[in-house]
Design a protein around this ligand. Structure first.
Ligand SMILES: N[C@@H](CCC(=O)N[C@@H](CS)C(=O)NCC(=O)O)C(=O)O
Length: 307
């Protein structure tokens, strides 16, 4: 379980209740918001992400305090945020002064510690499949990053020279996120197209597995009749890549039907999309125009990796 012992920021120890550092459009943060709502925890007050005012440090029962970190303004590439989240990414969650990082560990923590119906299945066969699918989706997160920066964010995702220098200085040597390495290649435009296409192909192999699972026995969710963490992590990968213009319904019809069911869930509607509709819609509209002009992810999905 990813608990951070002795966090650098003095803010952490002051916090009571549940506080979530997140960004509306970030899949990793969306995973946690989805799970929180499904497990009966609603969004509560919005406070500045750095606030240590006594009134902002106390949560309300049954609700989480929202501490929104703008990845657009690069709030996360600051010494103050690095002192809260040592890997400088969202999400981070504090529950009664204890800091948790790693989105899927947070989902498990919430599922284990709140009363009510669990997301993690008890049946051993379903549990094994859930764990395997979660592991696969986590391993593919780097591919989501490459594909969504290349065909979604494009130049909007670039850091300026000052931000890049700040990131290099602040990122810990052993950070699993390797953000400085990624941004140095992305910002300078030196990552070959074949690398991006290879990441796209890896994702497609994952989506083909999901499509195959759902195509067989009419199951509603990935491991059976109920929603699990595997559904959460995979559906948010689909959301992000569909915002980049990927034609899921054409390539993976069973997956697209399942995604339609997921998008009706309270966790998705309220936790993921309630305040994300505009940003998500804007990305989809931009991607549709790029597809129309032959420069989008739809076209990339038809290219050989050597292109
Ligand atoms: N392993 C981490 C990954 C977190 C992560 O990659 N977060 C992304 C958003 S999905 C982020 O904060 N990225 C910052 C950036 O790209 O500059 C987790 O699952 O919590």
């Amino acid at each position: 379980m990813a608990i951070v012992d002795n966090p650098k920021s003095p803010l952490i120890a002051k916090l009571e209740g549940v506080h979530l550092w997140h960004f509306e459009g970030a899949p990793c943060a969306q995973r946690v918001r989805f799970a929180l709502v499904e497990r009966g925890l609603r969004r509560g007050r919005e406070v500045p992400w750095y606030s240590d005012k006594p009134v902002d440090c106390v949560g309300e029962p049954g609700r989480w305090v929202s501490r929104h970190v703008s990845l657009i303004k690069k709030d996360h590439i600051t010494p103050e945020y690095a002192a809260i989240q040592p890997n400088m990414v969202v999400p981070a969650l504090v529950h009664d002064g204890v800091l948790h990082i790693e989105s899927m560990d947070i989902v498990k923590y919430v599922d284990d510690h709140w009363p009510g119906e669990k997301l993690i299945p008890a049946d051993p066969e379903r549990l094994n499949l859930n764990d395997d699918l979660v592991t696969q989706a986590k391993a593919l997160h780097r591919s989501v990053r490459f594909v969504s920066f290349r065909w979604g964010l494009r130049s909007l995702g670039k850091l300026n020279a000052k931000e890049e220098a700040q990131l290099k200085q602040l990122e810990q040597q052993d950070s699993p996120e390797k953000m400085a390495e990624f941004y140095s290649g992305f910002d300078s435009g030196t990552i070959p197209q074949a690398v991006y296409l290879d990441h796209l192909r890896r994702l497609e192999a994952g989506y083909a597995r999901i499509d195959g699972l759902l195509d067989g026995d009419g199951r509603r969710f990935l491991t059976g009749a109920t929603l699990t963490p595997a559904d959460i992590i995979w559906s948010l990968s689909v959301l992000r890549i569909s915002e980049c213009g990927y034609p899921f319904a054409e390539h993976y019809p069973a997956l697209a039907d399942w995604y339609g069911r997921i998008s009706q869930r309270p966790g998705f509607r309220e936790g993921v999309m309630a305040r994300n509709r505009f940003l998500s819609g804007a990305f989809k509209a931009k991607a549709a125009v790029e597809n129309l002009f032959g420069k989008g992810l739809r076209q990339a999905s038809q290219l050989p990796v050597s292109a």
